[in-house]
Design a protein around this ligand. Structure first.
Ligand SMILES: *Cc1c(COP(=O)(O)O)cnc(C)c1O
Length: 385
């Protein structure tokens, strides 16, 4: 049996060099960067270096990068911080109906505070139509938040097109780029972005550290109060080991991005072709072309997705359900439902996400295991009738 990790959209293993720098800033350069003495001084330069490394990936200024505890906090700060800080401009917000809960629940919270939210529907491929975003705008719209890449089906939205429409208005544009950062090219200027969220553990860094890009000229109402770190946006002693790590992880991604994207696209397409060649009634969720390189979300008609996942796990293959599993009860994924899958189709969907930790042989092994088990499940269900 092999162990094959195909759940890189849930989290990634930490790169070895990144783990080493975490240790360095935990054990050796452990000072509080606000301290005057040499320990404090030794922990200070890494903050600027890390900001530069992140800024270089997305084309912003280092001073426009603010560290947070992860993607969730970055999304919360962007949505709630912008809305509350710019309430005098209007009270209408536009998001999509397939946003991550960190954006969706921030919007929901704002709805309880006299803000109005329009949720633009993604199409059957998981793409948010630019024209529908345009149609959703009103005179009181202050903020649009559309994710770059969807975490379940991997569809890549055309942020440049949306950004160019918003550039004609005084409306802030935020994107949740947690799934795309370091994997799909991003240029905040070309895309017209004012804010962008990212999280280290989705690109081979540790959990618990993320960042929010906030364009100079945009002002947020802080959500955290205290010592005034991160220019007052995010008080609290900085997570220096995490900050060292996220910068290094970002720069490794930057140097690998082209090669890695083409490799993962090849393997993903190979895995799909193998499975589709061997099995009937399999289809792809998400966009056939505009998709995250490593994302393969498949619908195996008639197969119980939860049982298939468990069987794959017993063979060492780790994937994820198209359904969110909460306290033992499987509820169909809201994203899959939103793009038009029935409950039973959503329950028969499995997401494989390939990444840097995989090898060509692992993909071959995983494809074979999937084919064998889907066949077995289908035979069993035929016999049961
Ligand atoms: C993982 C994820 C988040 C949350 O990031 P955390 O660092 O885990 O809080 C937000 N948005 C998307 C699209 C994600 O995939």
């Amino acid at each position: 049996m092999q162990n094959v990790y195909l759940d890189h959209s849930a989290t990634t293993p930490v790169d070895k060099a990144v783990a080493a720098i975490v240790r360095e800033y935990m054990v050796e350069k452990f000072g509080n960067p606000s301290s005057i003495h040499s320990y404090g001084r030794s922990a200070r330069p890494i903050k600027d270096q890390s900001r530069e490394q992140i800024a270089s990936v997305i084309g912003c200024l280092p001073e426009e990068v603010y560290f947070t505890s992860g993607g969730t906090e970055a999304d919360n700060l962007a949505m709630i911080g912008y809305a509350l800080g710019n309430r005098d401009k209007g009270n209408h917000i536009v998001i999509s109906n397939i946003e991550h809960p960190a954006v969706e629940k921030s919007a929901k919270m704002l709805e309880g505070m006299e803000f109005e939210v329009t949720r633009v529907k993604a199409d059957q491929y998981g793409e948010v139509p630019t024209d529908d975003v345009k149609d959703a705008l009103t005179d009181s719209t202050i903020l649009v938040s559309i994710m770059h890449v969807n975490n379940e089906v991997g569809t890549i939205n055309d942020l440049s097109a949306i950004g160019s429409i918003l550039s004609e208005h005084d409306i802030a544009f935020h994107t949740d780029a947690v799934q795309s950062f370091g994997k799909v090219p991003i240029d905040v200027k070309a895309m017209g972005l004012d804010m962008l969220s990212l999280s280290a553990h989705k690109f081979y860094g540790p959990k618990g550290i993320g960042a929010l890009y906030v364009r100079n000229g945009i002002s947020l109402s802080p959500r955290t109060f205290g010592g005034g770190q991160e220019s007052g946006y995010r008080s609290g002693t900085e997570n220096i080991p995490g900050i060292a790590a996220i910068g290094l992880a970002a720069s490794i991604c930057q140097s690998e991005i082209t090669e890695e994207a083409s490799k993962l696209t090849r393997w993903r397409d190979y895995m799909y072709d193998r499975i589709k060649g061997a099995l009937s009634d399999v289809s792809l969720n998400g966009h056939p072309i505009k998709r995250l390189p490593g994302n393969l979300s498949l619908l195996f008609r008639g197969v119980p997705g939860d049982a298939l996942l468990i069987a794959l796990d017993m063979e060492g293959v780790a994937a994820s359900a198209g359904s969110a599993c909460a306290s033992g009860s499987i509820t169909p994924s809201p994203v899959l439902s939103a793009i038009g899958l029935s409950d039973s189709e959503a329950r028969s969907s499995i997401r494989f996400t390939l990444g840097r930790s995989n090898s060509r042989e692992e993909i071959e092994y995983a494809a074979n295991v999937v084919i064998n088990y889907v066949r077995r499940f289908r035979e069993t269900s035929v016999n049961a009738h």
